[in-house]
Write a protein that binds this ligand. Structure first.
Ligand code: SF4
Ligand code: FES
Length: 242
């Protein structure tokens, strides 16, 4: 791993060549907003565009998405110039049109001086309200969970995640990782003491073999037992009683 030095907002910082500008900025306490990037998901990022920054190299300047722009020796990054703020404002205004009721988007937009979007106000023909079509949920499902129960469908303003044929997915295990990862809270997941409902499918919850508290969908437990090959009795206990 090659160490390199770059300048962010006038401060020289040391990082690893090819790590993302966003991760290096975070390691050094420098705030850059982001929505579609998760450090646990290699395929994530590059979609929402709120993490735009200026990268200066010699006499050239480029506006790049910091979540997937690789750190290289000698570059200078500016995260909060007038130009960056102006473009970020426009990006957030578009995202607010797409997800007008998302608390996270509203909060980020308000921080950047936007309370109302000026662009189109008609809702796109989608099933998931407040989805910004960033793909993070499908990437988490495929890359982290490993079941690929959902995928992105359609194009343009109508692009959104869905289970195959818009029906209850055979492969979904009800883990909810997609809903936890979603930056806008667009994925509906309903938990009761006995069940979890997500993507149109209701899962029965497993009760802890020690205390009786329901703690995980039974399908998810089966998946964990199958993929780890470990003893089932261990996973039938809630985290407190393992
Ligand atoms: S549901 Fe959430 S995570 Fe999935 S594409 Fe839409 S905004 Fe992104
Ligand atoms: S966080 Fe970088 S493009 Fe979304």
């Amino acid at each position: 791993m090659k160490k390199v030095k770059i300048v962010i907002n006038g401060k020289t910082v040391e990082g690893i060549q090819d790590q993302s500008v966003l991760s290096l900025a975070r390691e050094n306490g420098i705030y850059i907003p982001s929505l579609c990037f998760s450090p646990e998901v290699h395929t994530s990022g590059g979609s929402c565009r709120v993490c735009l920054v200026e990268v200066h190299e010699g006499k050239s300047m480029r506006l790049v998405t910091s979540c997937n722009y690789p750190v290289r020796e000698g570059i200078e990054v500016k995260t909060d110039t007038d130009f960056v703020r102006k473009i970020r404002k426009g990006v957030l205004e578009l995202l607010l049109c797409r997800a007008p009721e998302s608390e996270k988007i509203k909060e980020l937009a308000a921080k950047n001086g936007i309370t109302q979007a000026r662009f189109f106000t008609d809702s796109p023909d989608v099933h998931l309200k407040n989805c910004i079509a960033c793909s993070l949920c499908t990437q988490v499902c495929e890359e982290v969970v490993g079941v690929s129960a959902i995928s992105m469908i359609k194009r343009g303003r109508e692009k959104e995640p869905a289970a195959p044929f818009m029906k209850a997915s055979n492969t979904c295990i009800g883990c909810g990782a997609c809903a936890f990862a979603c930056p806008t809270g667009a994925i509906e997941m309903k938990d009761t003491p006995e069940t979890r409902t997500i993507w149109g499918k209701t899962f029965e919850m497993q009760k802890c073999s020690v205390c009786g508290t329901p703690f995980i969908p039974k399908d998810q437990l089966e998946w964990i037992v199958k993929t780890t090959g470990k003893d089932r009795s261990f996973f039938e206990k809630c985290p407190t009683h393992r």
